[in-house]
Design a protein around this ligand. Structure first.
Ligand SMILES: Cc1cc2nc3c(=O)[nH]c(=O)nc-3n(C[C@H](O)[C@H](O)[C@H](O)COP(=O)(O)OP(=O)(O)OC[C@H]3O[C@@H](n4cnc5c(N)ncnc54)[C@H](O)[C@@H]3O)c2cc1C
Length: 406
């Protein structure tokens, strides 16, 4: 690649920062511009609902790159700068305020935004979302001992915030329409384990119940459920999922369908434009369909993979989707892609919160989880990747997982 070329990355999150790193690691000697609308350098979001939220880790623990890295690697980091438009005809990124950056290759890594609830009271003071480091700072301030927190939503953010708030001494109620936490991703069987995890730590679970309104006069005082009950609240966290930030891609006419559609090289419908991280819905060679994964591991790996393909390396992105979560003393890792499955096979006793579980499609492992069991996730990934036929008995026994991969 010519040293006269300019590669622009729009989106200063983990995928963007890791893409810039890979460009330099691969020896790209041209100009790299990283455009991010937040006022701070790229950072990792997982701590924002965990140790950073609890005040146990500081900002120095969250940066995607060490201090000075961007200067040292001649990466033109533009924080506080929003890309307003992609002028694909002239291959330029148009910035808020009118500046234009011409590019030879463009990476879109604009991430996600936390969804809001379209109900009365959603704008009251004390009703919070959690996406940015500023959101986490403000929430930490609010989570004082004894404060009454209602978490709306029982997904990853809701569960992790509930756990961290409990650890900070708040009184926590979680309300959600699902019957068990994390039901959408983990299903009822493993979700039931997480119901016990939270119940055993004193979270009041109001499940199978929607939310009709947030009550208060200027400031929140409670959450009214669809069953007419009011849950008293000093603070409310709305954790009802995230939506990919597709506005630039859509306006530019890129192919978009719940994500920016890419091939397995992370190339969008425009040959010199790539996408990575939360916004990318990429063709996945293992699954034969497009997959969009809103998780740390994908941002970490897809940013560099896209960067290499921007340099013409022509490598398919085929990693097994992976994510992790920490709630109280219960840590887990998940690998796979199990939107549908026939049954769940457990290894170990879930009531001890130390077990593995496998989501089966026929005799194949579609996904697996390890909860407080460590150094096995790579073997689970290998099982998923191999498509090996495995019988339930072997999976639930203590047979070495590696020996089940054919
Ligand atoms: C609180 C929290 C906890 C999480 N915990 C976990 C976890 O435990 N495990 C896990 O696997 N995943 C976790 N995740 C998910 C993980 O953090 C995301 O998948 C990851 O951040 C995605 O990285 P990204 O670079 O694609 O997008 P983002 O991190 O969203 O970064 C995108 C950036 O682009 C910027 N941007 C958007 N539009 C523009 C524009 N037009 N111009 C300039 N800049 C723009 C945004 O402001 C943002 O800074 C968590 C997420 C949150 C919010």
């Amino acid at each position: 690649m010519s040293a006269n070329q300019t590669f622009v990355i729009v989106g200063g999150g983990l995928a963007g920062a890791k893409a810039a790193e890979a460009l330099r690691e691969e020896g790209f000697g041209g100009r790299v511009v990283l455009v991010g609308e937040e006022d701070v350098a790229p950072y990792e979001r997982p701590p924002l609902s965990k140790d950073y939220l609890r005040g146990e880790a500081g900002r120095d623990a969250i940066w995607a790159q060490e201090e000075g890295w961007y200067d040292d690697h001649d990466v033109d980091l533009r924080t506080g700068t929003r890309a307003a438009e992609l002028a694909l005809g002239s291959s330029e990124v148009v910035l808020d305020g009118g500046g234009r950056i011409p590019f030879d290759r463009l990476l879109l890594a604009t991430g996600s935004v936390a969804k809001r609830l379209p109900i009365p009271g959603a704008d009251l003071d004390g009703v919070r979302l959690l996406r940015t480091v500023g959101d986490s700072d403000a929430l930490r301030e609010a989570l004082q001992p004894g404060v009454r927190l209602v978490v709306i939503g029982a997904g990853w953010i809701g569960c992790e915030v509930a756990a961290s708030a409990k650890q900070r001494g708040a009184e926590v109620t979680m309300v959600a329409p699902e019957d068990v936490p994390l039901e959408r991703v983990l299903g009822p069987e493993v979700g039931a384990v997480y119901r016990e995890v939270h119940a055993s730590h004193g979270v009041e679970l109001v499940l199978g119940t929607g939310v009709e309104a947030i009550e208060g006069d200027g400031r929140v005082t409670g959450v009214r459920t669809s069953r007419g009950r009011t849950l008293p609240a000093d603070t409310v966290v709305v954790g009802v999922g995230a939506a990919p930030r597709l506005e630039l891609a859509e306006a530019a006419g890129l192919d978009v369908k719940d994500g920016v559609l890419t091939d397995d090289r992370l190339r969008t419908s425009q040959p010199n434009v790539f996408a990575a991280g939360d916004i990318a819905r990429a063709q996945h060679p293992l699954f034969g369909e497009t997959v969009r994964v809103e998780h740390w591991g994908t941002a970490l790996e897809q940013g560099p993979a896209a960067a290499r393909n921007m340099l013409g390396r022509d490598i398919a992105y085929d990693r097994v989707p992976y994510f992790f979560s920490d709630q109280y003393e219960v840590g887990m890792e998940y690998a796979g892609h199990a939107l549908s499955y026939d049954r769940v096979v457990f290894r170990g006793d879930p009531s001890t919160f130390e077990f593995m579980a496998f989501w089966m499609r026929g005799n194949r492992v579609a996904a697996g989880i390890n909860v407080n069991v460590w150094d096995v996730n790579e073997q689970i990934q290998a099982l998923v990747r191999s498509g090996a036929t495995v019988d339930d008995e072997a999976l639930s026994s203590d047979a070495d997982l590696g020996s089940l991969v054919q």
